[in-house]
Design a protein around this ligand. Structure first.
Ligand SMILES: Cc1cc2nc3c(=O)[nH]c(=O)nc-3n(C[C@H](O)[C@H](O)[C@H](O)COP(=O)(O)OP(=O)(O)OC[C@H]3O[C@@H](n4cnc5c(N)ncnc54)[C@H](O)[C@@H]3O)c2cc1C
Length: 398
C-alpha cells in the first residue's frame, strides 16, 4: 500500500510517525510546501520571539528521522493538483500515486487589504521565517491589529523586549468570543498592567504614508505612527487543493467522525479539517493538541480503524507571567454560567463554563495541578458540586 500525506506540518508529521508506530511497513510520502521539515508553531509567538528558545527547537523530528523511518519526505514543493478518481497528486512536474491520502494542509492567516495595500511595513505570523523576522522588530513601535491569541502573545513578547505596543480590537474585550467577558477581562487587565495601549471597540480607519512615516487612524480618533503593523485577525483553512479536486469543503475539508473526507481513500486532519465531532457537532479546531491527536487518529483510520475522534479540544497560551490551559468547547449557542475557583485578580484560578446541564469547558491560569481535573470534569453534568466554588476542583474529578 502507498500512503501519501500532503502538508508537512505538525499533523502530517504525527500521522507518519503513528503509521510506523502501528507497524505499517508500506510506502509513506510526506509532501510539504515550506522549505523546512515539519515544525511546531506555538514557539513562534512565544519562546522564539522572547529569545528563550533557539530557532532549531520547534522541529517535530530531527532530519535523519524521516529516512530512518522510511518516510519519503519532499519539502519545498507544493502539491498543486489532486485527482481523487485516479488516486494521484501532482507535485512539481511529477505525479505521485496513492492508495490512501491524508490532507494536513493547515491554515493561512487572514489578510487585511487596508494594511497590505498601504505601503506600511506589515507582519503576519504563521511561519518560522515570519517569527524570526518579527523578532528583529519587537523593540520598535508596534501596532497590533486584533487581540486574539497571536496578537496578544506578540504584544507580550514586544513589551518584554521593550517595544511600544498599541493593540486595537473591535470587540469590547480581547478573546471574549472564546472566554466570555468574566475571564476575558483578566487578559485586558494583564496587558494594560504591562503597558500595552489596548484600545477596545476600536478599528483601523485608514493608513497613510508620507515620506518614511506611516500614520494609522483609529476609529476612536486616535492616531499612531508605527514602525510595524502586526495583523492577527485569525486564520482560514487552506482547503484549496481539496476543493479544486471536488472534495466537499465548507470552512475546511468536511470530514466525518473518523476524519474521512467525501472522496474514497481520502482523510483530513488538523487545522484544515472541519470535523463532525460526535458530541460537539461540526467543529474545526486550530490548536496544537488537535493537530497531534487528529494526525495520529487519521493514521490509524487509514489503516482500517473506524473509531470516531471524540477528544475534547485543548489549547494553551503564555503571556508575561500568565500561563493557561483550556479544555473543551463553548459552541455557537454560548454558555449560561461560569464558575470560578481561586483568585481571579491574582491570576491563579480555574474556571468552568456550564451550558444547559453540562460542563462544556474549563481552564486554569497558573494552576498547573488543575489540568487533569479539568479534563475529567469537562463533559460531565453541571451538578451543585460543580457550582459550589468552595469545593476544590480536584474533588469534582473523583
Ligand atoms: C504563531 C502561532 C502560535 C500558535 N500557538 C499556539 C498555542 O500556543 N497553542 C495551541 O494550541 N495552538 C497554537 N497554534 C496553533 C497550532 O500551531 C496549529 O493548530 C497547528 O500548527 C496546526 O497544524 P497543522 O499540521 O494542521 O497545520 P500547519 O501547521 O498549518 O501545517 C500545514 C502545512 O501544510 C503545508 N501545505 C499547505 N498546502 C500544501 C500543499 N498544497 N502542498 C504541500 N504542502 C502544503 C503548509 O505550508 C504547512 O507547512 C499557534 C499557531 C501559530 C501560527
Amino acid at each position: 500500500m502507498n500512503i501519501v500525506v500532503v502538508g508537512a506540518g505538525l499533523a502530517g508529521a504525527k500521522a507518519v510517525e503513528e503509521l510506523r508506530e502501528q507497524g505499517y511497513d508500506g510506502d509513506v510520502t510526506l509532501i510539504g510546501s515550506e522549505q523546512h521539515t515539519p515544525y511546531e508553531r506555538p514557539p513562534l509567538s512565544k519562546g522564539l520571539l522572547l529569545g528563550t528558545e533557539e530557532p532549531d527547537s520547534p522541529f517535530v523530528h530531527e532530519v535523519p528521522w524521516y529516512a530512518e523511518h522510511g518516510v519519503d519526505l519532499r519539502v519545498g514543493d507544493a502539491a498543486t493538483a489532486l485527482d481523487v478518481a485516479a488516486g494521484t497528486v501532482t507535485v512539481g512536474d511529477r505525479s505521485v500515486a496513492w492508495d490512501r491520502l491524508l490532507l494536513t494542509t493547515g491554515a493561512q492567516p487572514r489578510r487585511l487589504a487596508t494594511v497590505d495595500d498601504s505601503g506600511a511595513d506589515v507582519s503576519y505570523l504563521r511561519t518560522l521565517e515570519d517569527s524570526l523576522a518579527l523578532k528583529q522588530r519587537l523593540e520598535g513601535d508596534l501596532l497590533v491589529i486584533g487581540a486574539g491569541w497571536i496578537g496578544l502573545e506578540v504584544a507580550s513578547a514586544a513589551r518584554q523586549a521593550g517595544g511600544h505596543v498599541t493593540v486595537v480590537e473591535t470587540a469590547p474585550l480581547p478573546l471574549a468570543r472564546v472566554l466570555g467577558p468574566e475571564i476575558a477581562a483578566v487578559f485586558a487587565a494583564l496587558h494594560r498592567e504591562h503597558g500595552v495601549d489596548l484600545r477596545l471597540e476600536t478599528g483601523l480607519d485608514s493608513i497613510s504614508r508620507e515620506g518614511g512615516r506611516v500614520t494609522a487612524r483609529l476609529s476612536d480618533g486616535h492616531e499612531v505612527s508605527p514602525d510595524l503593523i502586526v495583523v492577527g485577525i485569525g486564520a482560514g483553512p487552506d482547503d484549496r487543493l481539496a476543493s479544486a479536486a471536488g472534495l466537499a469543503t465548507d470552512n475546511g475539508v468536511l470530514v466525518d467522525g473518523a476524519l474521512h473526507a467525501s472522496g474514497p481513500g481520502v482523510w483530513a486532519a488538523g487545522d484544515v479539517a472541519n470535523h463532525a465531532h460526535p458530541t460537539l457537532g461540526r467543529v474545526r479546531v486550530e490548536h496544537w493538541d488537535n493537530a497531534i491527536e487528529q494526525g495520529k487518529h487519521a493514521a490509524r483510520a487509514m489503516l482500517g480503524d473506524d473509531a470516531a475522534y471524540d477528544r475534547q479540544p485543548y489549547f494553551f497560551t503564555d503571556q508575561y507571567d500568565l500561563g493557561m490551559e483550556y479544555v473543551g468547547h463553548v459552541g455557537a449557542t454560548g454558555y449560561d454560567e461560569v464558575v470560578v475557583r481561586g483568585d481571579l485578580e491574582g491570576r491563579v484560578f480555574s474556571a468552568l463554563w456550564l451550558a444547559g446541564d453540562r460542563v462544556v469547558a474549563g481552564m486554569h491560569a497558573n494552576d498547573w495541578d488543575a489540568t487533569d481535573a479539568l479534563r475529567a470534569v469537562v463533559g460531565t453534568p453541571a451538578t451543585d458540586r460543580v457550582r459550589d466554588s468552595s469545593l476544590p476542583l480536584s474533588d469534582l474529578a473523583d
